[in-house]
Design a protein around this ligand. Structure first.
Ligand SMILES: Cc1cc2nc3c(=O)[nH]c(=O)nc-3n(C[C@H](O)[C@H](O)[C@H](O)COP(=O)(O)OP(=O)(O)OC[C@H]3O[C@@H](n4cnc5c(N)ncnc54)[C@H](O)[C@@H]3O)c2cc1C
Length: 382
């Protein structure tokens, strides 16, 4: 079957983990690709920075070696509640801890070394007509492309314009910083500490830095007025978290934060753009698996783009419907499991009951965690 498209270039809007990964894939497949990113690198991002090892075979194929950045090696999960209960489990497949500051910068540098064009500008408008996209940026540049990938994350003004975007019913706020820990923090552990109105993840990243990242219900955060008071009055209500915070000293530029977060899925195809990463759906961070989904969706979308644009094996309509279907199959169940887990985190009664059962049946806890993770991401033929 012959593709109708004459020029075969791809434009990626957003150079976060999903967009950079997609650009690496398309470049490796011999395609012309440009990334438009509104900010520079390196940059701190609000993220727990635990990456599931399911991404490793794919990054291997892409020729990326994160070991060069000395990430931590994460194996176990510890979940604690306000009432002092503790659950422990192995992490499915294990993972590694690496700051987004280092990770996104590495991917960007590799793209540059492979000759991929990365433009620093903010996309304002995207239109599609006669098999061609026209993409206008804040500086007035206009890019034309045969395929556009939307990888602009959860907070872009672009996604807010989308007609299908759900409004946050109970928006959340998230805060992250890196710390030096006074003592021996268990280097293989990801801990999740529940507090009133949210939860806090604690784990090591590279260079013995401790990532402390929490997500809180906006209403309860607002009552405290600022980060310092909130941490003192609310986070320290969990005695395990209190100990971590009291032994940790902030390093670097201080906390970064984001507000107005809402979780859930969006259509994976909007106005003919293939949406990847958080643009297609933000999984509750309690599952710590958004990055693996960002990488996995980049891979699935790029395989279909290559089949459509380079090989002429699919028509655009087929590419789009196959992508939506593949996204649902790969991530639909995870999004559901994540919603269940986050509901647990919110209700003290539910949590008490669940902790009771999970404490008695530890395999159940392991199964719950597994259901929010996927299989190793591999490329056809690997
Ligand atoms: C509190 C919290 C903790 C988390 N912890 C974890 C964790 O431990 N493990 C995990 O796997 N996941 C975690 N996640 C999820 C993870 O951070 C995201 O799933 C991941 O960052 C998604 O990557 P992305 O590339 O889709 O989006 P992003 O990394 O947000 O990238 C989007 C990019 O698009 C750019 N952009 C936006 N608009 C435009 C525009 N108009 N023009 C040009 N560029 C634009 C932005 O500048 C940005 O660089 C967490 C999330 C939160 C909120």
């Amino acid at each position: 079957m012959q593709s109708m498209v004459s020029e075969k270039n791809v434009l990626v809007i957003g150079g976060g983990l999903a967009g950079l990964t997609a650009a690496l894939h398309l470049n490796k497949s011999g395609m012309e690709v440009t990334v438009v990113e509104r900010h520079g690198y390196p940059r701190h991002k609000v993220c727990g920075e635990y990456v599931s090892n399911e991404v490793l075979p794919y990054f291997d194929w892409l020729g990326i070696n994160f070991q060069a950045l000395s990430p931590s090696n994460l194996r176990t999960l510890r979940y604690t509640t306000l009432s002092g209960r503790v659950l422990e489990s192995q992490l499915p497949l294990g993972g590694f801890g690496l700051s987004r500051y280092a990770m996104d910068e590495l991917l960007y540098r590799v793209l540059l070394s492979r000759g991929v064009k990365v433009v620093f500008d903010a996309v304002r408008e995207v239109s599609y007509h006669n098999e061609r996209f026209s993409v206008t940026t804040a500086s007035g540049s206009i890019f034309r492309a045969a395929v556009v990938i939307g990888a602009f994350g959860k907070l872009s003004a672009l996604s807010k314009k989308g007609k299908n975007v759900a409004r946050a019913s109970s928006p959340a706020v998230a805060v992250k910083a890196h710390y030096r820990y006074d003592g021996d923090f268990p280097a293989e552990e990801v801990s999740l500490h529940n507090f009133s109105g949210g939860y806090c993840g604690v784990s090591m990243v590279e260079n013995h830095q401790l990532n402390i990242c929490y997500l809180a219900d906006y209403a309860s955060f607002k009552k405290s007025g600022n980060i310092k008071t909130f941490q003192q009055n609310v986070l320290k209500g969990n005695r395990f978290l209190k100990e971590v915070l009291e032994r940790s000293t902030i390093i670097g530029e201080g906390p970064v934060s984001v507000g107005q977060l809402s979780f859930g899925r969006q259509p994976a195809v909007q106005d003919h753009m293939l949406m990847i990463g958080d643009t297609a759906g933000l999984i509750h961070p309690l599952c710590g698996n958004g990055m693996a989904m960002a990488v996995g969706s980049a891979k699935v979308s790029c395989e279909l783009i290559v089949a459509f644009l380079r090989d002429g094996l699919l028509r655009r309509k087929e590419m789009e419907s196959r992508y939506q279907k593949a996204w649902n199959e790969a991530f639909g169940n995870r999004m559901w499991a994540a919603r269940m887990l986050s509901a647990l985190g919110k209700s003290t009664v539910l949590q008490g009951l669940a902790m009771e059962s999970l404490g008695r049946f530890p395999l159940l806890f392991k199964k719950m965690i597994e259901s929010t993770h996927g299989k190793p991401i591999s490329i056809k033929g690997l």
